[in-house]
Design a binder for this molecule. Sequence first.
Ligand SMILES: Nc1ncnc2c1ncn2[C@@H]1O[C@H](COP(=O)(O)OP(=O)(O)O)[C@@H](O)[C@H]1O
Ligand SMILES: O=C(CO)[C@@H](O)[C@H](O)COP(=O)(O)O
Length: 499
Amino acid sequence: MSYVIGVDLGTSAVKLLLVNKSGEVVQEVSKDYPLIQEKTGYSEQNPEDWVKQTIAGLKQLLEEFSGDASEIDGLSFSGQMHGLVLLDENNQVLRNAILWNDTRTTAQCREIYEKVGKERFIKITKNLALEGFTLPKILWVKEHEPDLYAKISSFVLPKDYVRYRLTKTLHMDYSDAAGTSLLDVAKKEWSKEICDAVGLEISICPQLVQSHKKVGKITKDVAKETGLSEEMDVYAGGADNACGAIGSGILSEGKTFASIGTSGVVLSYEPTGEKDYGGKVHYFNHGEEGAYYAMGVTLAAGHSLNWFKSVFANDRSFDELLEGVGDVPVGSNGILFTPYLVGERTPYADSQIRGSFIGMDSSHTIKDFTRAVLEGITFSLNESITIFRENGKEIDTIYSIGGGSKNKDWLQMQADIFNSKVVRLKTEQGPGMGAAMIAAYGSGWFNSLKECANAFLENAETYTPIKENVVKYKQLFRLYQGIYRKTKTLNEQLNVFRK
Ligand SMILES: Nc1ncnc2c1ncn2[C@@H]1O[C@H](COP(=O)(O)OP(=O)(O)O)[C@@H](O)[C@H]1O
Ligand SMILES: O=C(CO)[C@@H](O)[C@H](O)COP(=O)(O)O
């Protein structure tokens, strides 16, 4: 039998999947690592933790594998997007990585618009300058850590650094490069115009490659440490959302997924780089050559549920916490929750806004609050779906992936709030599966990613919207949307009291 490995370098953990030629996940390992949050708005990780845990995960995968390492044809990656890893001339890491959910760079986003011009910037990058993206983080380091900035030889994104440590070759694929704010997304080249305008040497941008490009083999040392074969090929891989798209079959026009991981993402396939959303949603290069996708992001989706569980029900598992939420009526007995725990991206690019529970009374129990959290996260994803529909997209089926698709009540809630069929796939590991599919396609198992998706992916269940719930949720969604406007100024005034 032949196998491939998909490595999904997430925010909370690295997940490794061993997948056979029929697309079955035969083994799965997960290794977590901490988030470093020194101040409100700061979010960092130590790249060494990613490397250590990826190698430990690969070692465990091989120890538990009953076959021979030579049967594993290839390995590829999916990675959390936008995180800045700075390297010196010897490719040594200069500081902790600054992650996608770090919002310290509002001033630098303004600076980018001033220097490049907002319209021109959106024309080149097809996106807004957002705090979470990579370029503003480089400019933050330039301003606040000039000595360290002087030592920069190149920058990469999280999975590129892990790949570098496994293979000693340095690359970045187009799908991840699209989230740096330095790529001309339609032309697929680094933008000299943006680099010049903000005073960056274009030489710090790494070599660009396609996601399925074979970039090398693992080093002797890594082979020895993990038990992998030195002959196994390594393929570049892609951004977690691009890989999520591949891993859930979002490979033709009209196909859409909703992912609830740490962040929440609604993503829809775009066959060309020509559609203009005016920066309202992100527009990035797909992992499939020549294709694109549009997506909206909720910064704290699963993260909101994690936070709620750790503060109010730390002794319970997710399944225990969510047990019985299906018995709480639509609207959580009058509580609304907004998931703006770390600010928001879509539809409001606002790093100051924070979350709310509205409508609490003394009759409410933890079940009501739990359902309100799930509804609030789902309303936030529905904001992105609304933008897509307003721009002419027909959305009648949505593939649900990520940790949030593990719960049946939440899947029904998604169908009712999105007013669309919601499909759960047999594996909800979208990004990890996408990475494995890139390795399978790169290894020549299939002639295209679409062919691979047809062979690998299978629907498990379909949830259909319940009419009376759809009507109630339409009303509740309008109330939910009102909370942003009504709490915006309050939150700005509260800013001085935050840590
Ligand atoms: N059994 C469950 N039911 C519903 N949601 C869950 C369950 N287990 C985990 N989650 C949610 O899924 C999130 C993790 O999803 P995952 O896709 O693994 O995230 P990431 O790739 O960002 O690490 C958690 O933050 C949690 O909110
Ligand atoms: O910032 C984005 C996309 O623009 C996030 O989707 C990150 O890529 C992190 O993803 P998860 O760890 O939540 O999967």
